[in-house]
Write a protein that binds this ligand. Sequence first.
Ligand SMILES: [Zn+2]
Length: 223
Amino acid sequence: MNSDFDGQDDQNFCWVNYFLSKAGHNFFCKVEESYIHDNFNLYGLNQQVPYYDQALDLICDVEDDDDYSEDHQELIENDADVLYGLIHSRYIVTNRGLQAMFEKYKYREFGECPYVYCQNKPMLPVGITDEKNKESVKLYCPSCERVYRPKSSRHENIDGAYFGTTFAHLFFLTFPELKPTQKPQTYVPKIYGFRVHEDAYAQSLEEKKQLIRSQSRTKRRIR
Ligand SMILES: [Zn+2]
């Protein structure tokens, strides 16, 4: 067994609990054992994870009698993380998975929207692509419907594909009562109480360019 596991009581060791306790892994819910043990749910994942069998044994706390080198063991452990992530992305779009994520959402475990007019609405994790190794996890606000970077750098290494592009939206169709019915107020830029006209910046830029041009002409004349 790897040094990460040293000091763990072998009898009570549970890989999934260990995985969930790692920094930044608080966005993941606990996938039910019965879901992981059903081969049908894992269909095709062996194509995506090189050490699939060993990784699955690790996740399921199945004792592996083979002796691996430290490097080999590290690859297997990394694959177990990836495999759990991929299983997770499938699980959270099932009824049980949606319910598990609801429990976390209820306690605002994914954070709150930073947009002032959203008034601390709780957010949900999303992937902006379903392909792994492309983008880290982001957070979706059901009020302003924007996606944000998680506040903590611990989430920078969490792959967005482990949450996927569908989950957050299926969640609000499953729990429509949680989706705010009104859009938040839009922030309006004002100067001394007057709204800044949208053409004002272009106009201001044009005036500035003219000023620079006339200044450079004056300089040339003086020389
Ligand atoms: Zn928002």
